[in-house]
Design a protein around this ligand. Structure first.
Ligand SMILES: Cc1cc2nc3c(=O)[nH]c(=O)nc-3n(C[C@H](O)[C@H](O)[C@H](O)COP(=O)(O)OP(=O)(O)OC[C@H]3O[C@@H](n4cnc5c(N)ncnc54)[C@H](O)[C@@H]3O)c2cc1C
Ligand code: HEM
Length: 408
């Protein structure tokens, strides 16, 4: 975790720890109240937030979870290091700045006061104000570093930059790829395979709205590719799918803490597990892994509904034909007759522990996974049961992070 300039007082630690259970009990109520309050009092920050994440309660759960984890570990903040990195990366993608922190802080404290009522004594509010400031400093510090790195990297930028859609390729009945090049004609910085971009597009109610999209190709120098599933009534996916080549969109620099570091742990096999559009970060990881370590065993297991919705099937199959070290398995939940006849569907059903066990040479592998929440929850449970150390388990959520124990 990034170092903070100040220390929390013992008094504050004691009060925060003692109020943690009350906040945990009221966590979602509190964060729901908080968002409503903040959007009413400070509508200027509304455009940062995804309304679908609010409506589904996932963002409330993510923030409540972060606050509770912070309160429970306030005397041992080292354990929060990974969580802080994920939040800072998410904030940096959206270009959250230090001046936004007092807005969140004042609304959060007011909500604690309003939700807890008389139980929120001045002593408790003061302690939480200090604790919030402490956590805010840690996040602001890490976000400052990320912005600095983005600007300093070759061809890097910070904030949003105009990009042109130079090509649009249909990958399946629901997924389309967009090739993006800077409008200024410059190059793009090398991203870490697995990272995402933030796309900002016009939106009626809030003026603009932003979404993350994983970069679905290895670093190429001159262009970035995203592959987007068209969601029913989806604001940004619908907007992107309607664009023609030549259109401009605003793009933030690559961010995210889910990536493959090709210099690490390459002695162990690499297992990539995805379902649906969750294949996108795996494509970049796969390309880089095969290039960096031709001898490393790589197993990619992907689940799709059927051949029509399955994107990148023939590209991945082509890689398997030219790379002896790559094993690929496609499992469809509802294959049609053509999927079976052509052999693209290797098995029928959902990805489960039995399938993974049958394909990995031994369980001691590095695992990367991404897909719908029930899929992720199931995989996570299997890996826990197999005793795979946390350092070998990596996953990406296509929405606010949630506890995977509840996702299944
Ligand atoms: C790190 C990360 C990487 C990602 N990578 C990819 C990727 O590579 N490819 C990809 O396709 N997606 C990816 N996503 C998901 C992506 O960011 C978007 O969430 C997705 O495209 C849907 O956005 P949208 O604007 O089209 O839909 P939204 O408008 O956000 O709506 C999503 C769904 O919620 C419903 N909805 C919207 N508003 C409400 C409301 N108020 N009440 C109830 N329901 C509502 C909509 O009908 C729709 O079905 C990624 C997400 C993250 C966090
Ligand atoms: C100490 C202060 C803060 C904490 C603990 C915190 C915590 C979090 C957490 C846990 C997430 C979810 C991360 C993920 O799912 O990957 C998140 C996302 C987010 N945060 Fe913060 N945050 C803080 C401050 C702020 C501030 C100051 C802003 C600015 C307005 C902000 C805006 C956002 C936005 C826009 C998202 C994404 C929401 C979405 O997907 O709709 N946060 N934050």
């Amino acid at each position: 975790m990034a170092a903070s300039t100040k220390e929390l007082s013992e008094q504050t630690i004691a009060v925060v720890k003692s109020t943690a259970p009350v906040l945990e009990q009221n966590g979602e109520l509190l964060t729901r109240h908080f968002y409503q309050r903040m959007f009413r009092e400070n509508p200027e920050v509304k455009a940062f937030f995804n309304p679908a994440h609010q409506a589904g309660g996932t963002q409330q759960r993510a923030l409540a979870g972060a606050i509770c984890a912070f309160a429970a570990n306030v005397d041992n903040l080292e354990v929060l290091g990974a969580a802080v990195e994920g939040i800072a990366q998410k904030h940096a993608g959206l270009r959250i700045l230090p001046e936004h922190y007092p807005i969140v802080g004042s609304n959060l404290l007011a909500s604690i006061r309003e939700v807890l009522g008389e139980a929120a004594t001045p002593e408790i509010i003061d302690a939480w104000a200090e604790a919030y400031g402490f956590l805010a400093d840690i996040l602001i510090g890490r976000e400052r570093e990320i912005y600095h790195t983005q600007e300093a990297s070759p061809h890097g930028w910070s904030g949003f930059k105009p990009f042109r859609v130079t090509d649009k390729v249909r990958e399946s009945s629901v997924i389309t790829s967009f090739y993006l090049k800077p409008v200024d004609g410059g190059k793009v910085p090398p991203h870490k395979p697995g990272q995402y971009l933030t796309v900002r597009v016009p939106e009626q109610a809030a003026g603009t709205t932003m979404r993350n999209y994983s970069i679905s190709s290895a670093p190429r120098g001159d262009c970035l590719r995203i592959s987007v599933k068209k969601e029913p009534q989806g604001t940004v996916s619908g907007y992107l799918h309607a664009l023609d080549p030549g259109a401009e969109i605003e793009v933030g620099p690559p961010c995210g803490d889910f990536f493959l570091d090709p210099t690490e742990h390459h002695e162990r096999p690499l297992v990539l597990l995805s379902a649906g559009v969750g294949i996108t970060p795996m494509l970049a990881i796969l390309e880089v892994a095969l290039e960096a370590h031709p001898e490393r065993k790589v197993i990619l297991i992907h689940g799709a509904l059927n051949g029509k919705t399955h994107a990148f099937g023939s590209w991945v199959s082509g890689l398997a034909r030219t790379h002896q070290n790559l094993t690929v398995h496609f499992r469809y939940s509802e294959p049609d007759a053509e999927d079976i006849r052509s052999g693209i569907c290797h098995s029928r059903g959902f990805i489960d522990a039995e399938l993974i066990e049958s394909l990995v040479p031994a369980k001691d592998c590095d695992y990367y996974f991404c897909g719908p929440k029930p899929f992720m929850g199931g995989i996570y449970r299997h890996l826990l049961e197999w005793g795979i150390p946390a350092s070998q388990v990596h996953f990406e959520f296509f929405g606010p992070r949630e506890a995977l124990s509840t996702a299944s």
